[in-house]
Design a protein around this ligand. Structure first.
Ligand code: HEC
Ligand code: CU
Length: 490
């Protein structure tokens, strides 16, 4: 740049128009010169220096950042292993894996690298496999070139020309089945100069699993092709099993750190609505590409796709990674924990400050009045009338929690069908419906420790709904009268 500025200082070049046009020219020259200086060669033309043996690191960990190393020759060796592992406690599955884990080990490269990929299929395998890397530009992403029978190995090479986070997976027919059995992982191609440094990085991949047995049915479970076709998985999990990222396996960070998650979705079927409860993604590299979105609550990760999310963790606590299609999270396994330790930060989160009853006077009065009117003025319904009336009340007031058949929901709402708690003591049952219930109770041997809110029903409505319940679903056929309800203390 210095050489260029010299002529403008020469005396004699003093006509305003000349100066202006020369200034414009100088600007143009400067900017084009700057571009030429900064611009790396096209990724295809990038020269490689030296060679590196790529390390094998087990998820949720991954190799160290590439940083500012130049493009190099990178030798990746990967071994296909078919092996039985736990899918959930007491539930095992014959997984097909890259490097013995689901997802397979994380491959970390930079743009311009020349990758020599050696895929080995363990002699104990029963099937041939291959690999399709979405980071590869070439037929099948390397699938044909890497096809290997048990006890064989295949070598192929490719140059990384598009930076981004990519899925790899087996692409041997039936492809869906190879993926459903766990054959996927992520490959990162960092841009020149690397990604901005962060304090922690983790590797998480979602997948859906199709077992012949129902969710949590113990023992070795076979793959169920019909459930896979119908897209009805028994499990939706992070990193290949229920609990891969909870309890002792939780990922961790300290207050003030920035955490980067490389999130992939192997599928084979489901799309993930990835969310971390109690955190906001400061940055999301959408779909693993160059575009960065900021301040995101939930990011969509397609099957066969990925995203990079970053969050600075400001307060301690357990932050829950979920697929926000919530029944997958709470019933099928798609849950993980990011455990953050460190000092509380009350400016960011003040915690619970106070707790009090909320009892609007108008509603309470209304209910009181209604109950009085009912007991004083309304004649007792016949048994048949109570059944009809009770069914209506049940549908309006109880069904949402206790379910249409009175079966309840395990661990949440106790059953009313054949309930020993209900049949033992009618006065207690009336109290429950009148005043609600909190604290631990045991119903048919199962403990519940939850809250049933007071139901705001009139004495007549309580008599009807309980009569309906007692005379259905195998209960003891008690008839509850308005008088019985009225006699109990309000
Ligand atoms: C918002 C959810 C909810 C609604 C609505 C609800 N319940 Fe409950 N119910 C519960 C919970 C939770 C418990 C257990 C409370 C505990 O753990 O202490 C319970 C317990 C009971 C019990 C005692 C335990 C058993 O299984 O026998 C009875 C009887 C009962 N409810 C009847 C009713 C009736 C009748 C209605 C409708 C008028 C109703 N509930 C509406 C949530 C609900
Ligand atoms: Cu395979």
């Amino acid at each position: 740049m210095k050489r260029l500025s010299f002529p403008f200082r020469t005396p004699g070049v003093n006509h305003p128009a000349t100066i202006l046009s020369m200034a414009v020219l100088a600007l143009l020259l400067m900017s084009s010169c700057k571009q030429a200086e900064k611009k790396d060669p096209e990724p295809q033309q990038m020269k490689v220096n030296g060679s590196i043996v790529h390390p094998v690191v087990q998820p949720p960990n991954l190799p160290r950042p590439v940083g500012d190393r130049g493009a190099a020759k990178v030798k990746v060796e990967m071994e296909i292993i078919e092996k039985e592992m736990e899918l959930s406690d007491g539930v095992t599955y014959l997984f097909w894996t890259f490097d013995g884990t689901v997802p397979g080990s994380f491959i970390r490269t930079r743009v311009g690298d020349e990758v020599e990929f050696i895929l080995k299929n363990h002699p104990d395998s029963r099937l041939p496999h291959n690999i399709d890397l979405h980071a590869v530009t070439g037929p099948g992403g390397g699938a044909e070139a890497s096809f290997v029978a048990p006890g064989k190995q295949a070598t192929f090479s490719f140059k990384t020309i598009n930076p981004g986070l990519y899925v790899y997976h087996c692409a041997t027919a039936p492809v869906g089945m190879h993926v459903a059995n766990g054959m996927y992982g992520l490959v990162l191609v960092e841009p020149a100069g690397g990604l901005p440094p962060v304090d922690r990085e983790y590797y998480v991949m979602q997948g859906d699993f199709y077992t012949q047995g129902a969710t949590n049915e113990k023992g070795l479970q076979a793959f169920d092709v019909q459930k896979a076709i119908d897209e009805e998985p028994e499990y939706v999990v992070f990193n290949g099993r229920v609990g891969a990222l909870t309890g002792e396996n939780a990922i961790s960070a300290e207050v003030g750190e920035t955490v980067r998650l490389y999130i992939g979705n192997g599928g084979p079927n489901y799309v993930s609505s990835f969310h971390v409860i109690g955190e906001i993604f400061d940055k999301v590299y959408l779909e693993g590409g160059d575009m960065v979105n900021k301040n995101v609550q939930t990011t969509l990760i397609p099957a066969g796709g990925a995203a990079i999310v970053e969050m600075k963790v400001e307060v301690p606590g357990e932050f829950v990674l979920v697929d926000h299609s919530l029944f997958r999270a709470f019933n099928k396994g798609a849950l993980g924990i990011l455990k953050v330790e460190g000092e509380e930060n009350e400016k960011v989160f003040g915690g619970k400050i106070a707790e009090a009853n909320y009892n609007p006077a108008t509603a309470a009065q209304e209910i009181g009045n209604r109950a009085k009117v009912d007991t004083v003025d309304v004649a007792e319904l016949t048994f048949e009338e109570k059944l009809k009336h009770g069914e209506k009340i049940y549908t309006q007031a109880c069904l949402a929690c206790h379910q249409a058949t009175g079966a309840g929901i395990p661990n949440a709402f106790p059953p009313l069908a054949g309930s020993d708690f209900l049949n033992e003591d009618v006065k207690r049952a009336i109290e429950v419906v009148k005043h609600g219930l909190t604290g631990e109770i045991v119903v048919n041997g199962d403990a519940y420790n939850s809250v049933m809110p007071p139901q705001n029903l009139s004495d007549q409505e309580i008599a009807s709904v309980l009569t309906y319940i007692y005379n259905n679903w195998g209960n003891n056929k008690t008839e509850v009268t308005t008088k019985m309800v009225d006699e109990l203390q309000d």
